[in-house]
Ligand binder design. Structure first.
Ligand SMILES: Nc1ncnc2c1ncn2[C@@H]1O[C@H](COP(=O)(O)OP(=O)(O)OP(=O)(O)O)[C@@H](O)[C@H]1O
Ligand SMILES: [Mg+2]
Length: 360
């Protein structure tokens, strides 16, 4: 699939901008703080219904303005489409000019895989980033997933509020009510586990053939999915067993909100023992696997977003990487123009919220 046009109105540092994209490689280059990542953010917003860096949609509106909008026109193998994302006091999303009722309806229209320097945090930081990674992958491909996930979070919040109230106010403990919460958590949690496990298995099956190529067969990757929710009945039992402790703590300590994924290189945990270079290479393999999985599921390539990613690679790796990434739309941001022999690229210069197409 590919994007034909992006229209930004009062979005971040853009006033009114229309950007026409090419089917192949599009390079947005410019100095720091000119609006390159803002373009990536606008695409992400229309693909996933939220920003990857703003806490509130309001931050996306041009300073001192009241509303903003992003419109994206795209083409898939079987259809054309248009997403209009409007932000004012409330947000409003229109798909092909029709207002959507549920936020999750935006998912699965524009499919993206994003590479950015922060990806390294998937391996380095705590489990939250690993859960975000897997959530982003699944929610673009399985619309029901994010519905279940939000439902789980809602029940968890209700249960935690109740536990906190018991803990703080010393009120009567209603075990029946806690049973109802736990039954729901067990049921939804086990369902979420199934989705996550399905996709982690897909990653496991594919990662070694890719990673071995990059590392000249030197490294073997193992992945382990850690969860309390593999089995609904066991998870329910564990919730009940932990009830006394959880009342003292004031929150529910078991569940999919604690899931983690361990990555091993040649048998050693990569977050603990991996070198910087090993972590970077593994991330690259992981992202390529993500791309392959999305392509297999959709029957066509998603859009590849490379935010500042190329700056991490030397000239030779840059060439090799892009040569292997043909046949899909790629949107690159970087500080310098990129020129690679025999690869056609459209270049755009970004300056103070203006995009200028350069004839090459
Ligand atoms: N709500 C807003 N209204 C107006 N300008 C904004 C808003 N939010 C951010 N900006 C401006 O957008 C610019 C940053 O844009 P962006 O992150 O796209 O930069 P960049 O070109 O990717 O830079 P770098 O090369 O450093 O990554 C900053 O100058 C910032 O002040
Ligand atoms: Mg940037």
């Amino acid at each position: 699939m590919y994007i034909e046009k992006i229209e930004l109105n009062n979005f971040r540092n853009y006033k009114n901008e229309k950007i026409y994209l090419e089917k192949g490689i599009n390079v947005f280059f410019g100095e720091n703080a000119q609006g390159k990542t803002n373009i990536i953010e606008a695409i992400f917003l229309c693909a996933l219904g939220k920003s990857f860096r703003a806490k509130k949609d309001k931050e996306l509106i041009f300073f001192n303005e009241n509303n903003a909008s992003v419109k994206i026109e795209y083409k898939k193998s079987d259809r054309k489409g248009e997403i209009l994302y409007k932000i004012s006091d409330k947000k409003q999303i229109l798909i092909n000019s029709i207002n959507i009722k549920k936020m999750s309806e935006i998912l699965g229209n524009i499919n993206i895989v994003i590479f950015s320097p922060e990806d390294i945090n998937i391996l380095k930081d705590g489990p939250l980033n690993r859960r975000k990674f897997i959530n982003m992958l699944i929610s673009q491909l399985r619309p029901n997933y994010i519905y279940l996930y939000n439902l789980y979070l809602k029940v968890l919040e209700q249960k935690n509020n109740y536990l906190k109230e018991i803990n703080e106010k010393n009120i009567y403990i209603d075990d029946n009510l806690l049973d109802i919460y736990d039954e729901k958590l067990a049921e939804i949690g086990a369902n979420i586990y199934k989705y996550r496990n399905e996709f982690i298995e897909k990653i496991k099956e594919r990662i070694n053939s890719i990673h071995k190529k990059i590392t000249d067969e030197k490294e073997e990757i193992k992945i382990k999915y850690i969860s309390d929710c593999e089995n609904k009945d066991i998870f329910f039992k564990e919730l009940k067993e932990n009830r006394k402790k959880d009342i003292l703590r004031g929150f529910s300590s078991k569940g999919i909100q604690r899931d983690d994924i361990y990555f091993f290189i040649n048998g050693k945990r990569v977050d603990i023992y991996g070198s910087q270079g090993q972590q970077r290479t593994l991330i690259l393999s992981l992202k390529i696997v993500e791309l392959e999985i999305v392509r297999e599921e959709l029957g066509e390539y998603p859009i590849l977003l490379l935010d500042d990613f190329m700056s991490e690679l030397d000239e030779k790796r840059k060439n090799n990487f892009l040569k292997n990434m043909q046949n899909m739309q790629i949107i690159i941001t970087c500080t310098e123009k990129i020129n690679i022999k025999n690869i056609k690229m459209k270049q755009y210069n970004v300056k103070e919220g203006n995009v200028l197409k350069i004839n090459t």
